[in-house]
Design a protein around this ligand. Sequence first.
Ligand code: AMP
Length: 269
Amino acid sequence: MSTPLYSVRMRASLHGLHLAGAERIVAESEVSETTARLTARAMSTLGGPPDDVSCRVESLARQTVCYESLPDLSTCLVDGWQGGRQLAVSLLVRAGVVEAVARTAVALLARGAGPGGKVMRGAVIMDAATGERLEADPLRGVRVSRMDLDAECRPRLESLLSAASLGHSRVLEALVLAGKVLHAPGLVAELCWSDAVDYTAGYVADRKNGYQRIVDLKPTGDPRGGRVFFVDLTGTSLQELVHYLERQVVLFNDMGSILLPKEWTPADE
Ligand code: AMP
């Protein structure tokens, strides 16, 4: 009988506001160390220390694991965040999102997608053709969970990203999250930029072009950010999509290429 894997999920908050979250999927022998690492990370989060940290450990049956490959990663150099947002719209349109919907989504993240302009804890789900928001809870959104690199792929990817000067853990974690999202039923594209005040990069991802990192998507110091998953639910359902994003266990055992950074100008459209 094969040994189970464990999902280790950390969440930290301060005064009821979400501060940090991270998760891993590991073998039994790594559960204690992983829990300690994620807890240490929670305690040293910018804006902390948190007043509430939870670390949840859950066993996963190996036969439920879906093995996938990560998408290619490309980097688009842009002249300022305004140029970055313009590029994000172009890449979303190329992926199949209606232009007005792409613009609405960029404006939504820019003003805070949650009620009253708050940053959401999870992602918006948006119809790629109409712009209708489909997530049940507009503050929580949908949280993608239960994905990681397998034990062999992690060190390989870490060294490749570090050689490309992309060794920041944010890039690796966002690539893994986007990798899972791109395999979701009905998924057309994803748009993301961080809510961290010191991190202005983000990305657009789609199945054909992979993870397209955009170096500047917001002004430094701006605490707003978020994620939008653009979908076409013909042939699937919202329940199926949300179940996949939240519950399906995905481990990446292979990766795509890490491409050299490329300057982007409006003429490239
Ligand atoms: P981050 O890149 O971690 O700064 O996250 C940027 C935004 O993406 C957050 O403000 C959330 O709205 C959203 N987000 C973060 N983690 C997840 C997740 N696991 N699933 C869906 N959305 C997320």
